[in-house]
Ligand binder design. Structure first.
Ligand SMILES: Cc1cc2nc3c(=O)[nH]c(=O)nc-3n(C[C@H](O)[C@H](O)[C@H](O)COP(=O)(O)O)c2cc1C
Length: 202
């Protein structure tokens, strides 16, 4: 897909795959790491990495504890942003959008695919609250592991998927003109339910 193809494309998902798919072969460690940005009630911005689990026409899906700081901030504002960077290809994607919780059946299917230890740690974690010590964490883990030995581990209602539904997506790519920094920036923006594209100054 060349520059003109991107600018004439009205389907951001195709451009996402054009950027992202090669990364799966090029980056052995968490190629799906994305930075999720939110703001608190005072307007203080906050960013943290999570693992992207799915991208569809609806948006970008990751899983988390809805009572965590990010969970509270994203749903309070109803808006959030994410940033993905490819070290291997020197590309970046940046998304702003609205926030939705994934359907329970989809969260259940993903939960079922998680390893038992990951389920236990999701159950015990009061994510983003203070914990007294490492020992306490490990004790709570061992206790729950014994409790659930040989049993089904249910998904907590507050552990689910969050979708960032894009309203604006920027695709950034370094060009061979690296020293001049004349890189490419292509923006997809929702305008009256239609995606429009434009090129930005770098
Ligand atoms: C590479 C990487 C992947 C992570 N993936 C997740 C994830 O998928 N979900 C999640 O809740 N936290 C994930 N974390 C931990 C978060 O970065 C963060 O520490 C935690 O979710 C609490 O964030 P909060 O207090 O802003 O809510 C990940 C951290 C790293 C470094």
């Amino acid at each position: 897909m060349n520059e003109q193809d991107i600018l004439e494309n009205r389907n951001w998902l195709e451009v996402w795959h054009h950027y992202y798919d090669p990364e799966l072969k090029l980056e052995p460690n968490d190629p799906n790491a994305i930075c999720i940005s939110s703001v608190d009630a005072s307007g203080m911005p906050n960013g943290r990495y999570v693992l992207l689990k799915d991208v569809s026409e609806k948006g970008f899906l990751f899983y988390t504890n809805l009572k965590s700081q990010k969970g509270k901030e994203l749903f309070k504002a109803g808006k959030g942003a994410l940033t993905w960077w490819s070290r291997a290809q020197n590309k970046s994607v940046r998304v702003q959008g609205t926030v939705e919780q994934v359907r329970d059946d989809i969260a259940d299917t993903y939960w079922a695919s998680r390893k038992e230890d990951a389920k236990i740690s999701a159950i015990l974690s009061k994510q983003s609250d203070e914990v007294a010590s490492r020992e306490q964490l490990e004790e709570e883990f061992a206790k729950l592991k014994a409790e659930y030995a040989g049993k089904d581990i249910p998904r907590p209602k507050h552990w689910s998927g969050v979708i960032i539904c894009p309203q604006k997506i920027e695709f950034w790519e370094a060009t061979s003109a690296y020293t001049s920094r004349l890189h490419n920036r292509f923006v997809f923006e929702l305008n009256n339910n239609q995606w429009i594209t434009k090129r930005l100054y770098p």
